[in-house]
Design a binder for this molecule. Sequence first.
Ligand SMILES: [Zn+2]
Length: 395
Amino acid sequence: MKTIRTGDQNLVKQLNKSIVFNFIEHKGPVSRAQISKDTGLNKATVSTMASELINDSFIYEIGEGQSSGGRKPVMLYFNNHAGYSIGIDLGVNYILGVLSDLRGNIIEEETRSLNDSKLDNVIGHLTAVIESLVKKAPVSPYGVIGIGIGVPGNVDKDDKILFAPNLNWKQVDLKQIIENRFHIPTKIDNEANAGAHGERLYGAGKNIANLIYVSIGIGIGTGIIINNNLYTGSSGISGELGHVTIEASGRKCPCGNRGCWELYASEKALLTAAEEQHLLEKDHAEGLDCLIKEAQMGNPGVLQQLNRLGEYIGIGLVNIVNTFNPEVVVIGNRIARFKHWIINPITHILEERLSPYHKSNTEIRFSELGKHSIAIGAASFSISKFLEDKRVSVQ
Ligand SMILES: [Zn+2]
């Protein structure tokens, strides 16, 4: 007979606990009997693990007695208020912060505009937003479990910001600055990676294993999810698809290349084209709002520009679909506000240029988390880590 060592027994116990926790998190509310039936664990084991999880505050139960006909079983619920996570979308001219529960529901929200992207100024506003969200967090067993910040730039595997061109930042260790100030684990990532993670957990990409999130704002960035995992490349800076060439001898890009996708298909491209066509005053403070209004009123010049923008977005998407064969492409960030006017030209280009196989296997969706996509995504990094740390798994 094989002797089970203490270590093994501990591992078995941790595994069983993880199975029960997973089941309640994803299928709850559920009774102990149902967990036993569906997982194959015996009832005594389920009861012991459930008691431990209740003591840990990860789950709670709601008692019997609501039914007139027979006794209703006690149901177990995942405790999404066991702790809270802070997520920040650090934009070029704004900071959007959210406090979320462990299911990605927004509990509090705070926005500030930035008129100066100098590091000291941004850090001042950023810490003020985080401080305010920490104060607003309800009392909970685990408190604020983490802070996530999505930034418009390249972030390496150690969370250091290598280069954020639109903020004009180089080599900034933002993680260290925030952790020194708040003593809460902090994760910094590229905004498109944050958006991809958020949409996959809570938005338009739920349960999708192979997904590309295309963040179209001032520039274009992409978050790549392959087999349920974020693909970050060898040093953390993959996904610069805004700089794939779509016009061989096109305009010169600050990145060094020519004819980059983001020069033709981004918010900046739209605003520049609208200014050139005299559809918009130069440096209009509310340029996008103004174009939306004009499009709603049927301004033919604006509609033409949006049609062109949609076609250019479509051309870049053809490259993405041919490269990654994703199940879903999610278009997010501010350009998603133009969904009604760009979806047809995008679809038209994909129909025209993709092979039949790719066409039938890829779906284009727009962000469901809308303007919160990056902030919720940033918050979701800490939530995933917090919950994963409580589990063991055998691959
Ligand atoms: Zn470029």
